[in-house]
Design a protein around this ligand. Structure first.
Ligand code: ADP
Ligand code: SR1
Ligand code: MG
Ligand code: MG
Ligand code: MG
Length: 420
């Protein structure tokens, strides 16, 4: 239930609210409600998002509802998610201020955050990929965000007591974890038609095959176990292309309300999955004037650059003596040189395998589960959409069931190119 004193900031109430916040009024250049324009711009599945614009500048107000927005009051959900988003943005800002919107205010009663407005021409990456735009620093920026947030919050960098303290705090975001467990790892594999949908009848047989594929279900169960029990690092928890805002040369990661201590591959897998979905969807966006084959390839190149850059930056952080304060592979235990190199290459191999598995599971849920992606949904012709979705499902099957058959991320790109 909502806290006592909670009310949704709809119907213009957001303006009266923020005009009463001195620091926020400073950004807008006024304390007068009449001088502030507002509109609700939320396009996500979960929350209300308002833009409030005063004479000097604009701010974003994001407010949790006591339920899942895209489903309605029939699916109640903790408003504590706003507090976890606030805490996660603060932690991400510490490690990556250039990629994280600054939070100006948090209100626990209203479940509301007031934060930096990421101004146009920044748009949501998913929209940019549907439009066919390119971004010169996207891969490097997301690589840095992932390397820094994952390494610096892990036991590679923190002592075991520090890690356990953090795991205890973030484990309280359990309702959001339960939602993920349900919509990614459970529902898509069972008959639960109130919670699943797909392009029908075109994909009916594919869905039946997925539900009858014991090896696939076993592999997904192992991923679910990892999601539930691994506490490697503080994850963003929902790092798809709808959680990244971009313009050329600038990148922001938003919306970490699902943050918790979990397996690193869940975050790296999220962005890989969504880039693969974007690439597979391109034939559905092609026109005679704008064939998208080269663009689909460009997205795969970004995926390779992103993951390769992530591995390099993660290892660079790990190899820096000053960063090796964690209990995972402390300096006295693993000497710099070949011994540390061996520990690192084994760790990165496991992380790569996890990344592929989680990526595959996330692709499947976006095609046959409750929450789909605009990349596919915006393809009007169901035959064409189904063809794109089949391509994605074929890749996903390989990623989940045979991650060991990929020696590197370039092999994943090669599979996506070979199997049009
Ligand atoms: P949800 O949790 O419901 O998915 P998001 O945090 O993803 O909500 O926000 C929904 C939309 O609001 C985003 O897709 C984006 O268009 C807009 N938005 C959110 N935060 C900002 C921001 N700081 N600056 C500009 N636009 C934002
Ligand atoms: C009801 S599932 C809604 C989905 O949207 C969020 O952004 C998460 O991805 C969640 O799984
Ligand atoms: Mg979102
Ligand atoms: Mg969200
Ligand atoms: Mg996902």
């Amino acid at each position: 239930p909502a806290p006592v004193g909670y009310y949704p900031l709809l119907g213009g109430k957001v303006v009266d609210y923020i005009c009463g916040l001195a620091r926020v009024a400073e950004f807008m250049g006024t304390t007068q409600p009449a001088e502030v324009e507002q509109s609700e711009i939320g396009d996500g599945n979960m929350n209300l998002v308002f833009i409030c614009r005063g004479p000097k500048g604009a701010v974003i107000v994001k407010q949790a509802l006591p339920y899942v927005r895209c489903v309605g009051e029939g699916w109640p959900l903790t408003m504590e998610r706003a507090r976890f988003e606030y805490m996660a943005l603060a932690e991400e800002y510490k490690h990556c201020p250039q990629f994280t919107p600054e939070v100006y205010h948090f209100d626990p009663t209203l479940g509301a955050l007031v934060m930096r407005y990421i101004e146009p021409p920044h748009i949501i990456l998913r929209q940019g990929l549907i439009k066919g735009y390119t971004y010169s620093t996207l891969a490097a920026d997301v690589a840095t965000f992932l390397a820094r947030t994952l390494f610096l919050t892990s036991a590679l960098h923190l002592t075991a007591p520090e890690l356990r303290q953090r795991v205890a705090v973030w484990s309280a975001n359990r309702e959001m974890c339960a939602l993920t467990e349900q919509v990614i790892f459970t529902d898509p594999y069972m008959i639960r038609e109130d919670r699943n949908r797909w392009t029908s009848p075109q994909l009916d047989a594919a869905v039946a095959r997925i539900r009858g594929d014991t090896q696939l279900k076993l592999a997904v169960a192992v991923l679910k176990e990892k999601f539930m029990t691994s506490t490697q690092a503080l994850l963003h928890g929902d790092l798809h292309t709808g959680s990244i805002m971009v313009k050329d040369g600038s990148t922001f990661c938003i919306d970490p309300e699902f943050a918790f201590y979990g397996p690193m591959g869940f975050d790296t897998g999220a962005i890989i999955a969504n880039l693969l979905l974007a690439s597979c969807s391109q034939p559905g966006h092609a026109t005679a004037a704008e064939p998208r084959a080269a663009y689909a390839d460009w997205i795969l190149d970004q995926m390779v650059a992103l993951y390769t850059g992530f591995e390099q930056e993660f290892l660079a952080l790990w190899s820096h003596e000053a960063n090796r304060k964690g209990d995972h592979t402390p300096q006295g235990h693993f000497a710099a040189g070949p011994e540390l190199g061996l520990a690192q290459s084994q760790f990165m191999g496991r992380l790569f395998s996890d990344t592929l598995g989680f990526a595959g599971a996330k692709m499947i849920r976006r095609i046959i589960g409750i929450a789909h992606v605009e990349d596919m949904e915006s393809i009007k012709d169901p035959e064409q959409r189904a063809a794109c979705e089949r391509h994605a499902l074929a890749i996903a099957h390989m990623l989940v069931k045979e991650p060991g058959s990929f020696a590197s991320i370039a092999d994943v790109a090669a599979l996506a190119r070979d199997q049009p």
